[in-house]
Design a protein around this ligand. Sequence first.
Ligand code: 13P
Length: 244
Amino acid sequence: MTNKYIYFVANWKMFGNLKSLNSLNKVISFLKKFKKNKIKLIYCPPATLLKPLSDKIKTTKIKVGAQNCHENENYGANTGQINSSMLKSVGAKYVILGHSENRHLGEDDNLINLKIKNSIKSGLKIIFCIGESYSQRRKKITKKILLHQISRGLRQIKNKKNIIIAYEPIWAIGSGLIPKDTEIFNIIKFIKKKVKGSKVLYGGSVNTKNINVLKKIDNVDGFLVGGASQNSNNFIDIIKKTFN
Ligand code: 13P
């Protein structure tokens, strides 16, 4: 696992204010000592913190990502919405799309597909989330669901080099539960077979304990971390343990 770049994506969700950015100081000084290792570190704070976070990490290797965007890359009369070119203009290099928490609010595969296409046009890299629910898993239709999400979400997108896929089983998010390592391995293998050349991250309850198991999964390209990324000590611990 240590021969390739490993992604660590911090998804802060709807947490954090200007003060929370102080917690990055620790991560920044940790990174200076950790230079030798091949890591890609991406922080996805709420939209209100994109600009101050971009300013803060300007001289570091950390990159900034947003958590969602509107499907139209142009300006428009869409109260409360933010488009991908606006995200780009405040320093975002990535955007998370298709997160189950947004699918739950009604985002469907077609909308996600539009968002992906237009965000690519704006020059953003995509962290495209897919995952099955607990009942789908029990019905043993996980692969069918993932394939559906992949084929609809990535429809008409020929060049997928700027798309990273994040496999996040919905039932693993925030629950403390994770699939067996062999299951994750098989699902990632399946995703990589369907989307040739793709990088695939695992997300869902990644923490300082289970990282010791997760890091041994050969084909995983990194981790999308929610709760544990809000505490710098935990996040640093996850990164350190991955390379130990
Ligand atoms: P948790 O790590 O809090 O389970 O969240 C995972 C997630 O949804 C990241 O996008």
